[in-house]
Design a protein around this ligand. Structure first.
Ligand code: ADP
Ligand code: MG
Length: 174
């Protein structure tokens, strides 16, 4: 049995970075719902949101989640994937869900250092650190609810991967 592994958490928590390393360590395929969306629509997230709005984007995001779900995959999900109750339930039922958690100031700092940060519109147009605080207040309960396990994203990626591997071994033995 090689259930899909879903990585959830806010932008910047390391879902893509950790997901790629974890998939290599497990010999799994790496999938990323944002990348899937971009390659199937040939548009960036920002372009989809600008032309179709957030609601349609969220629907496309759910479709992407279903499309990439397969055994033997590590799946990095969009930061807002947990907003929909049906996405949370789907991930919990289909696989093992891991939340990479970190405080808002750390996430904002990481995003500010990323050139592609501009690709994704902020939700409000306010400074990213401020906005990240609000987003986490709203979403932390949803990440917690969706996750089978929480791992601190405040350690180097290799260590995050190691902790996840450790938890998987125990979870799969029980
Ligand atoms: P996500 O996919 O969750 O948005 P990324 O994997 O793209 O996050 O990482 C966002 C940025 O933070 C990247 O520049 C990445 O190199 C950096 N990063 C990711 N994980 C860590 C970590 N555990 N410690 C330090 N920096 C990290
Ligand atoms: Mg990512």
């Amino acid at each position: 049995m090689s259930l899909p592994i879903y990585l959830i958490g806010a932008r910047g928590c390391g879902k893509t970075t950790v997901g790629q390393a974890l998939s290599e360590a497990l010999g799994y395929t790496f999938r990323d719902t944002d990348h899937h969306l971009q390659s199937t629509t040939q548009r960036s997230v920002a372009q989809i949101v600008a032309s179709e709005g957030w609601e349609r984007f969220r629907q496309r995001e759910t479709d992407a989640l279903h499309a990439v779900t397969a055994p033997g995959s590590v799946i990095a999900t969009g930061g807002g994937m947990v907003l929909a109750e049906n996405n949370r339930r789907y991930m919990r039922e289909q696989g093992q869900v891991i939340w990479l958690s970190a405080p808002p100031d750390v996430l904002a700092e990481r995003l500010q250092q990323q050139p592609e940060a501009a690709q994704r519109p902020t939700l409000t147009g306010r400074p990213i650190a401020e906005e990240m605080g609000d987003i986490l207040r709203e979403r932390a309960p949803l990440y917690r609810q969706a996750a089978h396990h929480e791992v601190s994203a405040m350690q180097p990626p290799a260590q995050v991967v190691e902790q996840i591997m450790h938890w998987l071994l125990r979870a799969r033995a029980s």
